[in-house]
Design a protein around this ligand. Structure first.
Ligand code: HEC
Ligand code: HEC
Length: 312
């Protein structure tokens, strides 16, 4: 203490203290603020359903009854002699992300193979879809071709109808919301997300995500209802007239930023997107950091001037 007391009135003392306070503030703030690595790690808990929880035999029944008329029993598609698709294309190499996207957005099974399908409610239960995916992976997909389902990216929220027990449903909703928040808030580079969206997506889906017409009677739909996993799967599978944005072109981290940005677009029309309120979380933490840091600086300033006055 003596050493400090002796130098406290040195002309540079004030600056040294302020610099120290700022450094302390920076360290403290970095410790308080969630890093995207931590947030991402939290989302990696979501995994593919374990083999005991899926029934590939049921998946085969669903495939044969609802998909094979257009995609053939082995998934090789239906073609005329000239090689043009008659009812549905070959899906053996599109990957399970594509199947999950097509069925979860209600596009498949198609009602009208001549035309692009609009988004609608899924026609089967989550369990039937999981069974169908298991069958696709086991018996139709060739050598794991195409993209896998990004299980670490939040998909559809749990549906009450899939649960018999109210408590189990509530627990699943809580777990889902935590994963959702961790994924969306784990992305913290809004500028990067916006830039990626404007350069790669806006010319078809419009700057607001409202969609727009394309040629040949096709259209880029509005993307306000898509879940993070559906947005991810749309990118890695390139449905219909949409190009594919593989993980080599837009990395998983960049996709997270982009999806987080699309979520802000989704929240804007009514300012009440699903978890819009909870996004205040990071702002609140930043505010607390500022308050503590500023108080520290002010306290130091008072200390320096008070001591100087006492000695003068
Ligand atoms: C009435 C015919 C029909 C039925 C039934 C049907 N599909 Fe399709 N499917 C199509 C057509 C046509 C396309 C191409 C759509 C496009 O390009 O816009 C397609 C596209 C797909 C794709 C995307 C292929 C790609 O290259 O990106 C997948 C995956 C798929 N279907 C899976 C399924 C599954 C799974 C079922 C059963 C649940 C099913 N389909 C039922 C006609 C059908
Ligand atoms: C060339 C135009 C085009 C570009 C560029 C494009 N998309 Fe698409 N997108 C489409 C079309 C067309 C569909 C519908 C495909 C279908 O139904 O067969 C679609 C579908 C989607 C869907 C599904 C929406 C739903 O819930 O029904 C999402 C999500 C999506 N796109 C996101 C993106 C993102 C993110 C990007 C940028 C990385 C992007 N798209 C770039 C044309 C485009």
């Amino acid at each position: 203490m003596k050493w400090i007391t002796a130098r406290r009135r040195h002309p540079l003392a004030g600056y040294v203290v302020v610099i120290l306070a700022l450094a302390l503030f920076g360290v403290g703030f970095a410790a308080l603020a969630p890093t995207s690595d931590e947030a991402r790690a939290q989302t990696l808990s979501a995994e593919a359903p374990s083999p005991e929880d899926v029934d590939a035999a049921n998946g085969k029944t669903i495939f044969d009854q609802t998909c094979a008329s257009c995609h053939n029993y082995d998934g090789s598609g239906t073609y005329d002699e000239d090689g043009n698709v008659t009812n549905g294309p070959d899906i053996r190499e599109v990957g399970s992300a594509s199947v999950n996207f097509q069925v979860s957005t209600g596009r498949m099974p198609s009602m009208d193979p001549e035309n692009q399908m609009p988004r609608r409610d899924m026609v089967m239960s989550e369990q039937d879809l999981a069974d169908l995916i298991a069958y696709y992976d086991e018996s139709i997909r060739i050598d794991g071709a195409g993209a896998d389902i990004p299980y670490d990216v939040p998909g559809t929220a749990p549906q009450a109808s899939d649960f018999e027990d109210e408590d189990a449903y509530q627990a699943a909703v809580e777990e889902y919301e935590a994963e959702y928040d961790a994924y969306i808030e784990g992305a913290d580079d809004v500028d990067m997300g916006m830039k990626l969206y404007l350069t790669n997506c806006a010319h078809c889906h419009s700057w607001s995500g409202g969609g727009g017409a394309l040629t040949d009677g096709r259209w880029a739909p509005q993307i306000h209802e898509s879940t993070p996993r559906e947005i991810y799967e749309a990118m890695v599978s390139g449905p219909g007239a949409m190009p594919m944005f593989s993980d080599g072109v837009i990395s998983p981290e960049e996709k997270q930023e982009l999806i987080s940005y699309v979520k802000t677009l989704q929240a804007e029309p009514d300012a009440g997107g699903i978890f819009a309120l909870e996004r205040v979380g990071q702002v609140a933490e930043g505010f607390i950091g500022w308050t503590i840091g500023l108080s520290l600086i002010i306290a130091c300033a008072i200390w320096i001037t008070a001591k100087q006055r006492a000695h003068d």
